[in-house]
Design a protein around this ligand. Structure first.
Ligand code: SAM
Ligand code: SF4
Length: 330
């Protein structure tokens, strides 16, 4: 039987998140500080060829889904070329992108033509002023144009990622619920997680899935939908009248670690078996040090066998990773 990435709990890893850059043109307050970020140098980032070689090795194990992320992945030059390279790999069936949307107005069509299957666009407010407050950039209009460009390019589904922070944008819940009904966008509420140094996270600021569900249900009733492939992470709902889909990623209030099928490679080529990992495997050193594909595959199998059982956010022994979300790849 061919080798697979499987851990001691029997979880088979099928889903790879690849960060292509740690840089970003936004400064979302829950993700990174306004100033003082130190960026990786160009030669520290994996090249598209290195990423493709790694993806081929992952695909020879059990990975069939890839998501490109960052930092802001579309800040990397001609990202559609990487999409096209990954698309040619045998066994890769699904390529997705998570982006802040800023560059989509000019790039959505080329990404679609290169084979991008799905897209998640972050949008934390429908109010341009609040959006500017949250992202520390006055880019609402461009982001919105980017979302419409993705729709026009035929990328489907389009999911809008919304992170609510209590006292900041928790008044936006029903605006997003209405948007899900009016436009062909799936709304994904993601609970605010403690990650990185200056994210300002305290449990009180997390707006839980339960609260959001209550707010939406008292406006219009929702009915649950089945999990995609029978598994978390997202709990999905639609409105009882059949209009609009809303999903919830309840990483803090109801962790889905037992079902976790994902691993990550950072833009500097470090392999992480959990978003909250405290250890990493240096794949870049292997790629550049003459290590064979077979030896890299062996290292991946070994690392996954030690995949963390789950994150410890709600426990006193929780240790926040040093890297910000943008440096790991959200
Ligand atoms: N720049 C792209 C974007 O914003 O979509 C991709 C990278 S970003 C780190 C990926 C996702 O992580 C975004 O949807 C963002 O909202 C989410 N994110 C960042 N920091 C977070 C935090 N502390 N808790 C929950 N989600 C977070
Ligand atoms: Fe940039 Fe995305 Fe982080 Fe916002 S969430 S600062 S857009 S990487």
């Amino acid at each position: 039987m061919s080798r697979r990435l499987v851990d001691t709990l029997g979880r088979v890893v099928t889903n790879l998140r690849i960060s292509v850059t740690d840089r970003c043109n936004f400064r979302c307050s829950y993700c990174m500080p306004e100033e003082g970020m130190e960026w990786l140098k160009r030669n520290q980032l994996l090249t598209y060829e290195e990423i493709t070689r790694l993806a081929r090795i992952f695909a020879s194990l059990s990975i069939y889904k890839i998501r490109l992320t960052g930092g802001e992945p579309l800040m990397r030059k001609e990202l559609w070329q990487l999409v096209a390279m990954l698309k040619k790999i045998d066994g890769i069936r699904d390529i997705a992108l998570t982006t802040n949307g800023y560059f989509l107005a000019e790039q959505a069509q080329r990404l679609a033509d290169s084979g991008l299957d799905r897209i998640n666009i972050s949008l934390d407010s429908l109010d341009p002023l609040l959006f500017a407050d949250l992202t520390r950039r006055d880019y609402f209009r461009r982001t919105w144009e980017g979302i419409e460009a993705a729709e026009k390019a035929g990328i489907h589904p389009i999911k809008l990622n919304v992170v609510l922070v209590r006292g900041v944008n928790d008044g936006e819940i029903l605006n997003f619920a209405e948007l899900a009904r009016k436009r062909p966008y799936v709304i994904r509420f993601i609970e605010f997680m403690p990650i990185g140094k200056d994210d300002g996270w305290v449990l009180d600021k997390v707006v839980s899935t339960r609260e959001i569900l209550q707010t939406i249900n008292s406006y219009r009733p929702l009915v649950p939908l089945p999990h995609v492939n029978g598994k978390a992470p997202a709990d999905r709902y639609m409105f009882a009248d059949g209009k609009g889909e809303i999903g919830f990623i309840s990483s803090v209030s109801q962790p889905f670690c037992g079902d976790c099928d994902r691993v990550r490679v950072t833009s500097d080529g470090k392999f992480r078996t959990c978003l909250f990992s405290l250890t990493e495997t240096d794949l870049r050193a292997m790629l550049r040090g003459g290590t064979s594909d077979e030896e890299i595959a062996e290292a991946l199998v070994n690392a996954v066998s030690k995949k963390e059982e789950g994150h410890l956010i709600n426990r006193p022994e929780f240790i926040r990773p040093e890297r910000t979300m943008s440096q790991i790849g959200g």
